[in-house]
Design a protein around this ligand. Structure first.
Ligand SMILES: NC(=O)c1ccc[n+]([C@@H]2O[C@H](COP(=O)([O-])OP(=O)(O)OC[C@H]3O[C@@H](n4cnc5c(N)ncnc54)[C@H](OP(=O)(O)O)[C@@H]3O)[C@@H](O)[C@H]2O)c1
Length: 273
């Protein structure tokens, strides 16, 4: 029987390519996006659906509709996410909350909504798209880092909670990927990037490098291939990295002390102080 997948943030980048690849592999895919008009490719078993991941009712409506059409949801891929670029000092309450609302609370909302169905079926796979910045801190990315560290924590805890019901939970930590992320989903705090900001030197040292690394990063299809493999291989690890920078930095992070690792990152990004 074809597996039924729900993926979030499907209009671009990793989400879009993954939705298409899964449909091509014969999965029945529900590609959730804020704006279905942005997803123009038509495939028989690919359903593009409007989904507001910040809204409990929108999630319930979507899950109920899939359950009514297919009688099951086998796989949930929590992919939607963006990065707030701000110092801690300059971020507004709204900016802080939004970062967690999208990157963290939406994952919890979706997990809450699908687990009863997966539990009854005694089967399921949940894949959380995290980041290598879920294990590594960078200045100006404190909120994004904190949100992705939280995704790692959610993955670790849920694995215990859901294993008795034969539900697997995994995190995938991409490095830099050449998607719409740099163009559309790095949200800059105006004060942080203002030339009169006390942090302007840090911002002008770091951000051009990060943008160049995202734009010159790996292709989304590599992440999509790993997502498919993670779904299909029951023995997939709890967390995997994908992309050159993730593999390099996560390996280095495991080997070095906190202080030595910080020194390497400072050298790499030319961070003083
Ligand atoms: N690109 C990278 O270098 C990189 C590195 C590490 C981790 N990641 C992670 O990979 C995932 C996918 O990112 P991507 O690289 O494929 O970037 P992308 O092309 O910008 O896609 C991000 C998706 O997230 C959704 N999204 C963004 N802001 C949102 C908001 N405020 N509310 C609801 N949905 C929102 C969008 O979904 P809709 O518009 O379809 O609703 C969009 O399709 C994210 O979780 C990101 O943190 C990316």
């Amino acid at each position: 029987m074809a597996k039924v997948v729900l993926i979030t943030g499907a209009s671009s980048g990793i989400g879009r390519i993954t939705a298409i690849l899964l449909a091509q592999h014969g999965y029945i895919v529900y590609a959730g996006t804020r704006d279905p008009s942005k997803f123009t490719i038509k495939l028989d078993n690919l359903h593009v659906i409007a989904l507001d991941i910040t809204d409990h009712q929108s999630i319930k409506h979507t899950i109920d509709a899939i359950q009514a059409e297919q009688g099951r949801i086998d796989v949930l891929i929590n992919n939607a996410g963006y990065a707030l670029v701000s110092t801690v000092e300059q971020a507004s309450e709204e900016e802080m909350y939004n970062q967690f609302n999208i990157n963290v609370f939406s994952i919890l909302r979706l997990c809450k909504a699908v687990t009863p169905l997966m539990r009854i079926n005694n089967s399921g796979v949940i894949i959380n798209i995290s980041s290598f910045l879920g294990k590594i801190g960078l200045p100006l990315f404190t909120f994004y880092n904190a949100s992705k560290y939280a995704v790692e924590g959610i993955t670790d805890s849920l694995r215990y909670e859901l294993k008795p019901f034969n539900i697997r939970v995994h995190s995938i930590m991409p490095g830099f990927f050449n998607t719409n992320f740099a163009k559309g989903n790095l949200v800059l705090n105006d004060a942080t990037v203002d030339e009169n900001s006390p942090y302007s030197e840090l911002a002008s040292n770091l951000l051009p490098d990060i943008l160049a690394q995202i734009n010159g990063g790996n292709e989304a299809k590599e992440a999509a291939a790993l997502i498919v493999k993670t779904i299909e291989d029951d023995a997939s690890p709890a967390r995997s990295t994908v992309g050159d920078k993730a593999s390099k930095f996560i390996a280095m992070r495991r080997e070095l002390s906190d202080e030595d690792f910080e020194r390497r990152v400072r050298e790499y990004y030319n961070l003083n102080g």
